[in-house]
Ligand binder design. Structure first.
Ligand code: DGL
Length: 282
């Protein structure tokens, strides 16, 4: 390809598509924007149908297929990042089979980051009921290491606190103490936040777990995976400093999404477009 300075010149100018049930995937979007500031991004927050965690995985798979189809047909994305553990657990395999562009989930990168972080070999993963119940992390960790002792806990209720913008209240602290007690007892040294909403609760989770436990999240690891894949496929946008265009869409209240999303992600979240799904599916 032609070059501008040392960089390959505009190899694939299509945007990266990503989605989550709501605000959680913004943790991955933040990492991606910081790592690849020139890439265009389209983020779908399916707040009209959140939370995904308590839903049947088959239903979450339908949602994931529908959003991916939307990202491809409306935005012509060059890659799909499933920035949601529950949707990754429910649909990643199928999406990778049927989608004509690369699809990346958050479970493999998160599990790898967890295994890198541990020294004692006693690790934990927390996630939604759907993610933990699917066994996806148990499989990902077992495939990569047989020497670790993994403790898992579902944390129903955490996502709802984040979606309300309540990340540091007394109530969320009380809930965290109850849900995380088995992990405190398991004497782990590293804990993976296996739900993309949970990094917003990191302070509370860290208070409960103690400073000796390293909190690991999948945002940076997933962003590095995206970057590696685009680089190796010669599919980066370009090497100039134009700065990416970041679009946000929500299937719920778009004003609420803008207000809280901007607080959680930062100034790149400026406008939010409304999305609606066919009646029968919502
Ligand atoms: N942020 C999502 C996850 O990583 C989904 C949370 C939910 O909607 O329950 O699992």
């Amino acid at each position: 390809p032609a070059t501008v300075g040392e960089y390959p010149h505009t190899v694939d100018s299509r945007p990266i598509g990503m989605f989550d049930s709501g605000f959680g995937g913004l943790t991955v979007a933040r990492a991606l924007i910081d790592l690849l500031p020139n890439e265009d991004l389209v983020y779908v927050g399916d707040t009209g149908r959140y939370p995904y965690g308590p839903r049947d995985l088959g239903e979450v798979r339908e949602f994931a297929l529908e959003i991916t189809e939307h990202l491809l047909s409306t935005h012509d994305v060059k890659m799909v990042v499933v920035a949601c553990n529950t949707a990754s657990a429910a649909a990643l395999d199928e999406l990778q089979k049927i989608t004509p562009v690369p699809v990346i989930g958050v479970i493999e990168p998160g599990a790898a980051a967890l295994l890198d972080a541990t020294r004692s070999g006693r690790v934990g993963v927390i996630g939604t009921v759907g993610t933990i119940g699917s066994g996806a992390y148990q499989r990902a960790v077992a495939q990569n290491s047989d020497a670790v002792e993994l403790s898992c806990a579902a944390c129903p209720g955490f996502v709802e606190f984040v979606e309300r913008g309540e990340t540091d209240s007394e109530q969320v602290h009380v809930l965290a103490e109850r849900l995380l007690a088995p992990l405190v007892d398991a004497d782990i040294d590293s804990l993976l936040l296996g739900c993309t909403h949970y990094p917003f609760l990191a302070r509370t989770i860290s208070d409960v777990m103690g400073r000796g436990v390293v909190l690991v999240d999948s945002a940076d690891a997933t962003a590095f995976c995206v970057s590696d894949m685009l680089r190796s496929g010669d599919a980066l946008r370009d090497g100039t400093d134009r700065g990416g265009v970041h679009q946000f869409e929500s299937s719920g209240d778009i004003e609420a999404f803008r207000a809280l999303g901007r607080q959680l992600l930062g100034p790149e979240l400026d406008e939010v477009a409304a999305l609606s799904w066919p009646e029968a599916r919502s």
